[in-house]
Each structure stands twice: as structure tokens, then as C-alpha cells.
Design a protein around this ligand. Structure first.
Ligand SMILES: Nc1ncnc2c1ncn2[C@@H]1O[C@H](COP(=O)(O)OP(=O)(O)OP(=O)(O)O)[C@@H](O)[C@H]1O
Ligand SMILES: [Mg+2]
Length: 242
């Protein structure tokens, strides 16, 4: 048995999209347990449903069928308002192309998720400064995204994902647009979030080397999820994936 508490569970999850006459079902009866503090890599061919699964875990979308438990509560039928609240509290999202707001500085980009929270400006300042420091990008806080390298932009994006202190960080190909040295720094940072801050990280990647930093690697293909036996890391595989 895994000694870490469960963070999220997919129970017989299916997701379909109706496009005109065609029904697309990238995820079908998928089962997955995700434990607190683990680093999970998700691989698979293009179109296999990796982003779809990430979006379900992040509360950006809802499953068509099945149970999606987060800390034991089924969020499969949450309405938009509940999903928005869930995301603000629990999830930091990191994208391949950073998605920073170009007219805001690095500092202001990181501050953005806090503006919808009821928080004093001094507390906001404390949190933004801490997140920028953690991501080693505090020396660029007054730079605009266009004045940053790709790796620096991604570190700002990670600071933005972290600033609300969510238990879950999801990252969709976070190193896909970076050179190998910048990618390495980003992967180190994500691993640090798990080991030192007890964050749970679910990362989609096409790069087997990037996946090696994770505790577990899952392969998604034709709706089936298979665990890589090579890098099971410190997590007990039993009953964690099906
Ligand atoms: N909003 C949507 N409406 C209709 N079909 C969708 C939608 N989102 C995804 N799909 C379809 O679902 C399937 C899975 O898409 P998804 O984006 O999850 O793949 P992926 O594994 O992330 O691929 P990639 O590696 O290229 O990013 C694809 O066939 C895609 O066309
Ligand atoms: Mg994708």
C-alpha cells in the first residue's frame, strides 16, 4: 500500500466530445490514483488524451462518465462556479508556451491569481516575492515577458502557478519549447516543488528524459493507461493505476 494520502482518483472516467455526427472519446473507463507529493509523468502519442486528462484533473473540464475524486470529494458534476472555486484553491497550471500576459511585468503576472482573493496588498507582496525567489527569477520581477528568455518566462509561469499555494500543479509539456539546459532547470524546479513543498505534480511530456525526473511514468494510448515499470520511483505501484 502507498503510505502517502490520496490526492485525486479517477474511477471509470470517460470523456467524449461530440463534433457534428462524430463522437470522439479520448478517455474511456480510465482508472488512476494520484498520491500527495508525487511527481507523475504522463506520456503518449499526439491525440491520445493527455491534455484532456490534465484538464479533468485541473477542473477545467468535467468527465462525461465516472467519478473524479479530489481529497475524497467527487467533482465530476461540479457546475462552472464550483469548478472555478476549485481551481483557484487547488490547482496551478503550467503551459508549454507560458501564457504570460504580455502587458504585465513578471511581478504583476505572478500577482494576478491573488487579485481575485480577499487578501491585503502586503500579504500579496509577501507571496509574490516568495514565489519569484523560489523560482530564482526575482531579479527579473520588473521585466515584461518579451524581455525574458523562454526558460525565464517559464519560471515566472511556475511562480504564478505556485503563488496561491495549491496542492496540485499540472504542467502540459512545460519543457516542450526550451533548450536542454533551460529544460533541465525547469525539471529541477518541478522536482523541488514535490520534494520540498510536498506539491503533487502531474506533467505531460513527449520527452522520455524529462519523464525520468518523475516518480512514475504513465503511458496513455488509445484510451488505455499503462504504468512504466522502469521508473516506479519511491511510490508503490500496487493499486495506483488501472
Ligand atoms: N474541445 C474539444 N472538442 C472536440 N474534440 C476535442 C476537444 N479537445 C480534444 N479533442 C479531441 O480529443 C482527442 C485528445 O486530445 P488531447 O488534446 O487530449 O490530446 P493530447 O494527447 O494532449 O495530444 P498532443 O500530444 O498533440 O497535445 C483528440 O482527438 C482531439 O481532437
Ligand atoms: Mg496535449
Amino acid at each position: 500500500m502507498n503510505k502517502q494520502p490520496l490526492l485525486a482518483s479517477c474511477r471509470n472516467i470517460s470523456k467524449s466530445y461530440q463534433k457534428g455526427q462524430i463522437l470522439i472519446t479520448p478517455l474511456e473507463k480510465l482508472n488512476l490514483d494520484i498520491f500527495q507529493g508525487e511527481f507523475l509523468a504522463l506520456m503518449g502519442p499526439s491525440g491520445s488524451g493527455k491534455t484532456t486528462l490534465l484538464n479533468l484533473l485541473a477542473g477545467i473540464d468535467s468527465p462525461t462518465h465516472g467519478e473524479l475524486l479530489f481529497k475524497g470529494e467527487d467533482m465530476a458534476h461540479y457546475n462552472r462556479r464550483k469548478l472555478t472555486r476549485f481551481r483557484a484553491k487547488n490547482v496551478g497550471y503550467i503551459f508549454q508556451l507560458y501564457h504570460l500576459v504580455p502587458v504585465l511585468t513578471a511581478y504583476e503576472n505572478v500577482e494576478l491569481p491573488l487579485l481575485i482573493q480577499n487578501m491585503s496588498s502586503s500579504e500579496r507582496h509577501r507571496r509574490v516575492t516568495k514565489a519569484l525567489e523560489l523560482c530564482h527569477i526575482d531579479d527579473r520581477s520588473d521585466h515584461y515577458p518579451r524581455q525574458l528568455s523562454g526558460g525565464q518566462e517559464q519560471r515566472v509561469a511556475i511562480a504564478r502557478a505556485l503563488v496561491t499555494d495549491p496542492p496540485l500543479i499540472v504542467a502540459d509539456e512545460p519543457t516542450g519549447d526550451l533548450d536542454s539546459e533551460s529544460a533541465h532547470k525547469i525539471l529541477e524546479l518541478l522536482a523541488y516543488l514535490c520534494s520540498e513543498l510536498q506539491k503533487t505534480v502531474v506533467m505531460v511530456t513527449h520527452d522520455p528524459k524529462a519523464a525520468q525526473v518523475a516518480h512514475r511514468t504513465l503511458h496513455l494510448d488509445k484510451g488505455v493507461l499503462v504504468e512504466n515499470q522502469d521508473n516506479a520511483g519511491r511510490y508503490d505501484k500496487e493499486s495506483s493505476c488501472g
